[in-house]
Design a protein around this ligand. Structure first.
Ligand code: SF4
Length: 391
């Protein structure tokens, strides 16, 4: 059977009138990384210190030649971060609600057909997991599911948001993309942030690695953040899974996606993640390929210079030493006490097996206490929540 075209919307998927997808693709398709010179990079760095970075400057900073300017990039990125964020670093944790999935993405342990233990938390289990997380002092949570409305319906996720609001000040989701009215239901239930990883912005590669399921419909996914903002969400998150395709083009596309949306919705809080590929259950060959740590740092610094106000998250996929280092150079958000399985925290407390298997392997398994101690030792200020709710 022929796979569905990646531009062929399912009937239930809402189309919005937005040109951001085509504008981003136009820039990435014409991005010739090799044409930038050291002089272009030096000019971009000069402009960055004065907060005047153009899209052309961003392209120079993401180019291969900029790798030899990494020290200067890191210095300027660090100064910009201190200017806008001081020494504060936000801490949050993810909670996986369900690992059932109807999509088949080659890089993910949850993909349909992969033989793993599947599970979904019920309300009682959601409370149990959240009570354990709240006890650690965390006030921000992001909830995740696989793609599959059948297993994790809008109502189910909305209920999880309402429960989360009992325990946490900041509630976000990283779930399948929804229509505006569905995001509005989540927002009314206490959700403020929606993160959607585009994985790659290259249509041909996108089609090759998203073999089956709703995730295959690329522009519907791309417009997800805009629909979330139209529904009243406070902020949106972006990320390309660096290493899946040309990471420089994907990093450029991610930054432009966030930038164009920020121009259209100036009140939106923007955050960007910089995940790299990690091994999964039944496929340990998957890895970040040509995206070395120094290249990942280059991307991070370029993001910081181009989007000075954006939160940048450094994932627990990365090793502890690298995470600690980049928290001084541009990252402003870090996860702690991470579990990527289902019901893992309460299972540990009860000394039982977790309910469902992991999405991928993590590298940094430090708990909240350890993360706070590390931040303080680096003279950084751990922040559990930047929100004050009145009323
Ligand atoms: S990345 Fe998301 S949609 Fe794709 S297999 Fe994993 S959980 Fe499912």
């Amino acid at each position: 059977m022929k796979n569905r075209d990646i531009f062929d919307y399912y009937p239930h998927m809402q189309k919005i009138d937005s040109d951001i997808f085509s504008r981003v693709l136009e820039h990435t398709n014409s991005y010739d990384e090799s044409r930038y010179t050291s002089a272009d990079v030096a000019q971009a760095l000069k402009q960055a210190s004065q907060n005047r970075l153009s899209i052309t400057h961003l392209k120079a900073l993401l180019s291969p030649i900029a790798e030899s300017h990494l020290e200067s990039m890191a210095r300027i990125s660090s100064a910009i971060t201190k200017r806008y964020f001081g020494n504060s670093i936000s801490i949050f944790t993810p909670l996986y609600l369900s690992n059932f999935c109807e999509s088949k993405c080659v890089y993910c342990g949850f993909q349909k057909g992969n033989k793993i233990a599947r599970a979904k938390l019920d309300e009682k289990e959601i409370h149990e997991e959240m009570q354990i997380i709240a006890k650690s002092g965390l006030q921000e949570i992001i909830m995740l599911t696989g793609e599959g409305r059948e297993y994790a319906s809008v109502e189910y996720i909305a209920r999880a948001c309402a429960i989360a609001k009992e325990y946490f000040k900041v509630v976000g989701v990283e779930i399948y993309p929804m229509n505006v009215d569905e995001y509005a239901v989540l927002h009314e239930s206490g959700c403020d942030f929606v993160t959607i990883f585009q994985e790659t912005y290259a249509p041909k590669k996108y089609a090759r690695i998203h073999i089956e399921g709703e995730k295959r419909i690329m522009p519907y996914r791309f417009d997800g953040q805009e629909r979330a903002l139209m529904a009243g969400m406070r902020g949106v998150g972006f990320g390309a899974l660096l290493g899946i395709d040309d990471f420089r083009k994907d990093a450029l596309a991610t930054a432009l996606h966030a930038h164009f949306l920020q121009q259209r919705y100036p009140h939106a809080e923007i955050s960007i993640s910089i995940p790299r590929l990690r091994p999964i259950i039944n496929n340990r060959q998957i890895g970040p390929k040509d995206v070395s740590e120094s290249r990942l740092l280059q991307v991070l610094c370029a993001y910081r210079m181009f989007l000075p106000f954006a939160n940048i998250t450094i994932s627990s996929r990365e090793r502890a030493g690298f995470r600690d280092h980049v928290l001084q150079l541009g990252a402003t958000k870090v996860s702690a006490g991470v579990s990527v399985g289902i019901g893992e925290r309460s299972a540990k407390e009860k000394q039982k097996d977790k309910k469902g298997d992991d999405q991928f392997e993590i590298s940094d398994s430090r708990g909240v206490g350890e993360m706070i101690a590390m931040l303080k030792s680096q003279h950084l200020q751990p922040v559990m929540s930047d929100s004050v709710y009145v009323g």
